[in-house]
Design a protein around this ligand. Structure first.
Ligand code: ADP
Ligand code: MG
Ligand code: MG
Length: 252
């Protein structure tokens, strides 16, 4: 699914990613944890092609293709999905029209005809049911005036509509309440198949308790410094990051 090797990236001339290695296989769920400012959001931004970041070394292969050479929209059309830590509001654009444009852009990339209006409505209804989203929400402008929980559900809904191969969920460092966590976890669990993979970036052991990742990584100072099973998340919940920082800093 995804193979990242020795990935280095800078923003504004400052090196943030300092040699990331990460292999995600089909059907796997990976969690990336780590102290604030470690480079977690930078990693997701670089993988999805945020132009603010410059890749200075290394490679990333997604489904056999060189990810780093692809335009951001093509990465999405190839099946990469990134959730947003801070979802944007798009006044005047209904959720329905927004999703229609996104779904049909992906179909065009795949050489498929746009969905007919009726087909699209069937798809919308199916996915709305899957994620438990109110039909009123899809008539409103994208994220405008949505509560935190509604934004989360909307994000999961967008993910369901686009049927990504690899989803990267970059969760906020604070303010994700238990209900919002449940929305995210249920969405991830419902959409999970043997052919799809998820990377969840989070501080919350509680979220990982619901998602049950196969692999847990800790990112610190721009590198993945620890990789283990779900028990690592539990250990971090109990002990924090200081013991990991000390191990790494002692080796620097
Ligand atoms: P995390 O998601 O792990 O909390 P980030 O990837 O957001 O970490 O940030 C990693 C580092 O990059 C931080 O030290 C942050 O200050 C720095 N950084 C992020 N954006 C910019 C920017 N626009 N200019 C300079 N430094 C930045
Ligand atoms: Mg942060
Ligand atoms: Mg972050």
């Amino acid at each position: 699914m995804l193979e990242v090797r020795n990935l280095h990236a800078t923003i504004a001339g400052k090196e943030i990613l300092k040699g990331i290695n990460l292999t995600v296989k089909d059907g796997e769920v990976h969690a990336i944890m780590g102290p604030n400012g470690s480079g977690k959001s930078t990693l997701s931004a670089v993988l999805t092609g945020n132009p603010l970041y410059e890749v200075t070394d290394g490679m990333a292969v997604f489904n056999g293709k060189n990810l780093l050479e692809m335009k951001p929209e093509d990465r999405s059309h190839e099946g990469l999905f990134l959730s947003f830590q801070y979802p944007v509001e798009i006044p005047g654009v209904s959720m329905t029209n927004f999703m229609k444009a996104a779904v049909n852009a992906k179909r065009a990339y795949q050489g498929l005809e746009p969905l007919k209006a009726a087909e699209f409505m069937v798809l919308m209804r199916e996915k709305r049911r899957l994620v438990g989203m109110d039909s009123n929400l899809s008539r409103r402008s994208v994220n405008e005036g949505f509560s935190g929980g509604e934004k989360k559900r909307n994000e999961i809904f967008q993910m369901a509509m686009l049927e990504p191969k690899l989803s990267i969920l970059d969760e906020t460092d604070s303010g994700l309440d238990v209900d919002a966590m449940r929305i995210v976890a249920e969405g991830v669990n419902k959409m999970h198949t043997d052919e799809t993979s998820t990377i969840v970036i989070t501080h919350y052991e509680r979220l990982l308790d619901m998602i049950k990742p196969d692999v847990v990584h800790v990112l610190y100072k721009g590198r993945i410094v620890k990789t283990a099973g779900p028990e690592l998340a539990k250990e971090i919940e109990q002990r924090g990051y200081d013991w990991i920082k000390e191990e790494v800093d002692a080796g620097d």
